[in-house]
Design a protein around this ligand. Structure first.
Ligand code: PA5
Length: 426
């Protein structure tokens, strides 16, 4: 991954970071890197996630799901237990991966009615094994298979922690079970079985994803000037300290749209603590140039725009035409037009002194997505160190989970009581 922070410098952007401030920040990065490197060496909770490119066995995952014979996969999971897997298969251009994360009954029914169940594997993922949405959806999915006379046990794989209701269920039904690795929080688990099982079932090269991640891992060093991931994380923090409280994340590739969603979870759930944290905003180039760009250019100077693209892709020529005024298109390709849109957005923001950062990978493929996943995880871990927050916890998310379980009758919880005590004012 390459990162260009030129349009975030104080000379050209407001807010912006001066080169002197970057030098000072680099000393903070060096200290943070020491903590991160020690955490990785000792496999400390959270930091251990950055070891996944070495510790995950792609062949082990492939062996575990070798008997699952399917043309499509339905992942049942939510948050970190779904977004990474969806990001990987989208980047691989795989159309047959479906995700049931939300508990919207109409959506669940429509999705289940549309699937060819005998040819669809079920991939159930929950680190805790207790998440109400995932377990409820799994029960609904099982029933749909049973109603259709299809044996779900033959085509279901489970990824979960060592203990918990989901582990018990997998054991009772003798389902292939993969472990969520020790020390890895949900949103940092994309480079493990949590993120790689659907790709493996559908015959993609999970090892190439890990190889891309290893390439990114090899760039980790104690200086933001040598490490693209740290350059991104450090500049994001420096800009937030100067008032860029929103991070508008804009991939210029349809296959990276889920990556923006994954990034939003990573950034918000890891860094939104102690009155700090950028609000991630998801957009897609060039589509959202025709809407959100107005705000990003002419709105408040309270954001950084992250522009992400691949530098190589399969292209498609725009056919020639003799329609007056359109001839210029016939000399170009869709890819050239997309690049022109990217560069136009970047220049448009720069002309208005709106800070923006350019991120590039070579291709949106297995290596590329491995590189991006690892690099942004490392950027996030560094950002958490610089901000002094607990990157790997999510107390607000747990609060909501406890409240929902309590409201449904799984024992009275303090959180559920707080929901019941809501003061109405209509
Ligand atoms: O990052 C996280 O911790 C969360 O987003 C979890 O992944 C999400 O809440 C799902 O949790 P679980 O995997 O325990 O079902």
């Amino acid at each position: 991954m390459h990162v260009d922070i030129g349009n975030a410098l104080a000379e050209v952007a407001t807010p912006g970071v001066s080169e002197a401030a970057l030098e000072r920040l680099d000393a903070e990065v060096a200290d943070a890197h020491e903590t991160i490197a020690a955490g990785m060496s000792n496999a400390v909770f959270g930091y251990a996630s950055l070891n996944l490119p070495e510790t995950t066995s792609a062949s082990g995952i492939e062996r575990a799901v070798a008997d699952v014979d399917a043309d499509a996969v339905l992942t049942v999971g939510i948050g970190g237990s779904a977004l990474g897997a969806r990001t990987v298969t989208a980047a691989l251009g795989e159309p047959e991966h479906y995700v049931l994360d939300n508990v919207d009954p109409e959506h669940a029914t429509r999705l289940l009615d549309s699937l060819d169940l005998p040819r669809t594997a079920v991939n159930v993922v929950s680190r805790s094994g207790t998440t109400a949405e995932t377990l409820a959806n799994f029960l609904v999915v099982r029933e749909a298979y049973e109603d259709a006379g299809v044996d779900w046990t033959e085509r279901t794989a489970v990824t979960t922690g060592e203990t918990g209701p989901l582990a018990d269920l997998a054991d009772a039904e003798d389902l292939p079970t993969l472990a969520v690795p020790e020390g890895v929080p949900g949103r940092f688990s994309a480079l493990s079985a949590v993120g790689l099982v659907p790709a493996a079932i559908l015959g993609h090269d999970a090892e190439a994803v890990l190889a891309g991640a290893r390439e990114a891992r090899d760039t980790l060093s104690g200086s933001l000037f040598d490490c693209p991931a740290y350059a991104y994380g450090a500049v994001a923090v420096a800009l937030e300290r100067r008032g860029a409280h929103t991070n508008a994340f804009v991939p210029y590739a349809e296959a990276l749209e889920p990556f923006a969603e994954w990034f939003a979870q990573l950034w918000a759930e890891s860094l939104g603590k102690e009155g700090q944290g950028q609000t991630p905003a998801r957009a897609l180039g060039a589509t959202d140039q025709h809407s959100q760009l107005q705000l990003y250019r002419a709105g408040r100077h309270d954001k950084v725009v992250t522009l992400l693209r691949a530098t190589e892709r399969d292209d498609r020529a725009i056919p020639d035409t003799d329609v007056e005024g359109l001839a210029y298109l016939g000399d170009a390709t869709l890819g050239e037009l997309l690049d022109a849109e990217f560069e136009a957005t970047e220049a448009s923001l720069a002309a208005a002194r709106q800070p923006n950062v350019r991120v590039e990978v070579e291709r949106v493929d297995a290596r590329g997505v491995g590189d991006l996943l690892f690099s942004f995880e490392a950027a996030c871990v560094l950002a958490g160190e610089l901000m002094g927050v607990e990157t790997f916890t999510q107390p607000a998310v747990e609060w909501g989970k406890n409240a929902a379980r309590g409201l449904l009758g799984a024992g009275e919880t303090e959180e559920a009581a707080a929901v019941r005590g809501k003061r109405e004012y209509r």
